[in-house]
Design a binder for this molecule. Structure first.
Ligand code: S3P
Length: 187
């Protein structure tokens, strides 16, 4: 676990953005953390699907990844203009360079997880476009992680390993890392 400096000087109402690969626990930890902070939980993939009237798989199939990334960028910026939310970002949010500044202005947490654990948690999920044709999910996770790991690290103010931890324990660990001024306002 480590903290970059840019997490420390954020305003009290900052959003918390959860980043990390598919299966890192963003959608599981997010609602628990939001409840503890008295924040709203927002799943960005769900918002993208709602705004386009299609599932993520359908968006990739019908419009392609580029269009999806464009919509992802718009939704990220839309929610980051608001306050007091825990945002579960899609695993690929960091591949769009114009998202980096926005993420660095929030309390961004990288849920660091090994490819083997990610594969175990996600299984062979046909709904996830990036895993659709993978012969080995672990190998696919390794490849994607190699491309993204530095980006996750550069965008996150807080990095926390999820290995061998149940979501409630992770939330406690995270609460100890989140700047105290936002917690003082938590209900
Ligand atoms: C993606 C991750 C997915 C979803 C889309 C692309 C990625 O979100 O945004 O399938 O590029 O890693 P989750 O990380 O919530 O599964």
């Amino acid at each position: 676990m480590h903290s970059n400096d840019h997490s420390r000087h954020l305003p009290a109402n900052s959003n918390v953005c959860l980043i990390g690969l598919m299966g890192s626990g963003k959608s599981t930890v997010g609602p628990l953390l939001a409840r503890r902070l008295g924040y709203l939980f927002v799943d960005l993939d769900r918002e993208i699907a709602a705004s386009m009237g299609r599932s993520i798989r359908e968006i990739f199939e019908q419009y392609g990844e580029k269009r999806f990334r464009h919509e992802e960028h718009d939704q990220l910026l839309r929610f980051c203009r608001q306050e007091r939310q825990v945002l579960a970002c899609g695993g690929g949010v960091v591949v769009t360079p114009s998202n980096h500044e926005c993420l660095r202005q929030q309390i961004t947490v990288y849920l660091e997880t090994s490819p083997a654990t990610l594969a175990q948690r996600v299984g062979a999920d046909k709904e996830r476009p990036l895993l659709k044709d993978a012969a080995s999910v672990t190998q696919r996770m390794e490849t994607i992680l190699k491309d993204r790991e530095q980006l996750y690290r550069a965008c996150a103010g807080i990095i926390i390993s999820t290995e061998g931890k149940e979501p409630p324990a992770l939330v406690e660990e995270l609460l100890a890392k989140i700047p105290t001024d936002i917690q003082e306002q938590a209900s």
